[in-house]
Each structure stands twice: as structure tokens, then as C-alpha cells.
Design a binder for this molecule. Structure first.
Ligand code: BTN
Length: 260
């Protein structure tokens, strides 16, 4: 069982996770965070559950993991506008990568646009959603599913996935891991909001296929020819060179990078 008090005692942030909704069981932390009334939401709210019964993943897939083994949570940010949210997702992915490397030594990569992989297997998925009131952005919900102590995976979203337990052989303390991760996201959120150039470089260096010739799929269709993958630009668009050396940019959501 995840211990909320232990987690709160370990949490050393100034604003992220200070407003906490913890549930032993919840259909989906993202759905809960999106449905919160305006006066129930603070910038930095954390929604966390130990048993997520109807977790949602990318492409309408279900995110089904064993109860009490992993981290399933959502962070609520109120950045004021919807600019560069793709980079916010990648920033959180970089925090996952850096935190697990620091704590366990496991080497991870970010798979465009929102997964963290270890040796090509999925360790973590991120689902970023927005809530608008009228045409104004009210909040961004970044939902993170990190595989920690589970040892077998099935289902569309997680077939062949890995976990920290599989990679290290050790059971990890989830309270401590989450406290470190939330602290790192708080730090990197500031870099993101300041448009820090080093942050973008670190994200790009961590992307699988960065600097390599790859195929690109847009809306599920493979584009002709090959592309040199140059990572994300400051707007979070994917930048690539085609074989005629023209620079092409692609909107975040539509494009997938396929290694050659
Ligand atoms: C993916 O398909 O890779 C994204 C998975 C995102 C899962 C997380 S678990 C916490 C949060 N709540 C949800 O319902 N989904 C996200």
C-alpha cells in the first residue's frame, strides 16, 4: 500500500504536490484532475492513486497496471497559456529519465512524443491533457504512469513493457521515488517556463534516434524517404532534415519517429 504520510514527509518541494488528492482507488487520476471544479485546483496540485481502475493512455488505449505496484498520478499546472505544452510533456519525461538514473542507475531514453523507454521497452507513459474555460486555458493535466515493481505486463498500451524491478531486480520504495520525481519536475518546470536553452538540449540529447536517419510517420502514414532527426525546437515541434537537406517541422501530436 502506498503510504501518503511517508510520501508527504519526504516531499521537499515548495509548490508542486503541496495540494494533494490521494485516493486508495480511483478510475483515472487524469479524469479526476480534469473534472475538479475551478476552486478545487491550484497550480501544482497532485492527484495520486494506488489503484487506478480505468487508467487512460494514448490513442484511447486503456492503461491497465497491477494495483499497489506502480506510480499512477497527475500533476496540474496553470501556466496561463497553451504555448509550448509539448515541451512541458518532454520536460516531465526528462525528469523521469533523470530521476530514475540518479536513484537506480538505469539508463533510459525519451521516445518522441511522450514515452520513457529502457532498452527499447516502455517504462513510463505520459498523457497530457488540457482544460479550457471559454477560449482561455484553465489547466494542463500531465498524467504519468511509471512502472515500478510490477513484473508482467499485458494489454495494448503495455505489452512487452518493463519496470524498475525488472531492470534492477530490486523492489523500489515508491514514496521516496515519487518525492524525488516531483521535486525534479518542480525544478525543471521553472527551466521550461524560462525557456532555458540547456533544458531543450538535454531533452534532445535524450531522444531516441536524435541525430540519426529515421523514417517519419505522420497520422499513421509513413512519409517517403528518410529524415535526419534533429529533435524538438523551442515550440516543441519536431525538426528533421529530408534527404535534399531541407529543414522540415512537424506538429507534435501527429508525428512518430521510426528507427531505420
Ligand atoms: C501512454 O499511453 O503511454 C500514456 C499513459 C498515461 C497513464 C497515466 S497513469 C496516471 C494518469 N491517469 C490516467 O488515466 N492516465 C495517466
Amino acid at each position: 500500500m502506498f503510504n501518503k504520510d511517508t510520501f508527504e514527509n519526504k516531499l521537499a518541494t515548495s509548490w508542486l504536490g503541496r495540494s494533494l488528492y490521494f485516493f486508495e482507488e480511483l478510475p483515472s487520476t487524469n479524469t479526476f484532475a480534469k473534472k475538479l471544479k475551478e476552486d478545487g485546483v491550484l497550480h501544482g496540485t497532485l492527484v495520486l492513486t494506488d489503484v487506478q481502475s480505468r487508467g487512460r493512455g494514448q490513442h484511447e488505449h486503456e492503461w491497465i497496471v497491477e494495483p499497489g505496484q506502480n506510480l499512477t498520478f497527475s500533476l496540474v499546472f496553470q501556466p496561463g497559456n497553451a504555448n509550448r505544452l509539448n515541451l512541458l510533456t518532454l520536460t516531465c519525461a526528462l525528469s523521469v529519465k533523470d530521476t530514475i538514473e540518479n536513484l537506480t542507475g538505469v539508463d533510459a531514453q525519451i521516445k518522441w512524443p511522450n514515452d520513457v523507454l529502457v532498452k527499447g521497452k516502455k517504462l513510463c507513459g505520459i498523457l497530457t491533457e488540457t482544460v479550457f474555460i471559454g477560449n482561455k486555458l484553465d489547466r494542463v493535466v500531465v498524467g504519468i504512469g511509471l512502472n515500478v515493481n510490477q513484473q508482467k505486463f499485458s494489454g495494448e498500451a503495455l505489452k512487452g513493457a518493463t519496470s524498475l524491478k525488472i531492470e534492477t531486480g530490486d523492489d523500489l520504495n515508491r514514496e521516496s521515488l515519487l518525492a524525488h520525481l516531483v521535486q525534479d519536475i518542480e525544478y525543471k518546470y521553472r527551466l521550461w517556463s524560462q525557456q532555458d536553452a540547456e533544458l531543450l538540449k538535454n531533452i534532445n540529447r535524450s531522444l531516441t534516434g536524435y541525430g540519426k536517419w529515421v523514417s517519419l510517420k505522420v497520422d499513421g502514414k509513413q512519409l517517403p524517404g528518410k529524415f535526419k532527426f534533429l529533435g524538438a525546437n523551442t515550440n516543441g515541434e519536431l525538426i528533421a532534415l529530408n534527404s535534399d537537406l531541407d529543414v522540415k517541422s512537424f506538429a507534435f501530436e501527429q508525428v512518430r519517429v521510426v528507427p531505420l
